[in-house]
Design a protein around this ligand. Structure first.
Ligand code: HEC
Length: 195
């Protein structure tokens, strides 16, 4: 076995040389380490673990926009700015003309706000409802008209794809403690192979 390995040596060397010689002359360096969440799921308060995201998305009212605007002005504007006034942090996301790095759909934005992402700090002081209010405001005020490729429609299919949680659901029908929801049942059934 020792002898055999030795005799393979030159062959391997030759192969290595061949492989390295065949590599493209300019290997692109890794552009940028991928940004990551700043908080792990285990760092979050318990109520974050079983939220009815679908309920928040299905029950938007005009009031969400106004509440969201207030939150944006007091908690986000200083870094992010708006169409007229750039924010104080130059590389904070410009919602009106940039692509999102961590997903522009409301649920992904919720994760960004909750766990922080890259240089975006987690918004520990906002309640889940407040987070969805400001998300709604950002979508309607900045993304929809100015950056439409980043505007993710909230369809029934989208809502149904969200993880199940506790509270009223899509149709407005009371799901209570997640027992009566059709989509929660069907999700669970398909996940477990039905029966
Ligand atoms: C301290 C400054 C600061 C504050 C305050 C701040 N942000 Fe950010 N935000 C940033 C920076 C910087 C980024 C870019 C993160 C990156 O790409 O690394 C960002 C990115 C984002 C993104 C996009 C992430 C992506 O997918 O590209 C969203 C959404 C966002 N912020 C929402 C908010 C909201 C809503 C508020 C207020 C509740 C807020 N931010 C407050 C600095 C801030």
């Amino acid at each position: 076995m020792h002898i055999k390995f030795q005799s393979l040596g030159p062959l391997l060397m030759g192969l290595l040389f061949f492989v390295s010689a065949c590599q493209p002359a300019e290997t692109e360096p890794t552009v940028e380490a991928p940004a990551e969440y700043l908080l792990a799921p285990s760092d979050l308060p318990d109520y974050e673990k079983n939220l009815d995201h679908a309920g928040f998305l299905a029950n938007w009212t005009p009031e969400f926009y106004h509440k969201g605007m207030q939150i944006y002005r007091t908690q986000c504007y200083s870094c992010h700015g708006n169409l007229e006034q750039p924010g104080s942090i130059p590389n904070s996301r410009q919602f009106w003309n940039e692509a999102f790095r961590n997903g522009a759909d409301p649920y992904s934005m919720y994760q960004t706000l909750t766990r922080g992402f890259g240089r975006m700090p987690p918004q520990m002081r906002l309640t889940p409802k407040e987070k969805y209010e400001v998300i709604h405001f950002i979508r309607e005020e900045f993304i929809k008209d100015n950056n439409p490729e980043q505007y993710v429609e909230v369809t029934k299919a989208y809502i149904e794809s969200l993880p199940p949680g506790d509270a009223p659901d899509v149709s407005g029908a009371l799901v209570g403690s997640a027992k009566g929801s059709k989509w929660i049942c069907s999700t669970a059934a398909s996940a477990s192979g039905a029966r």
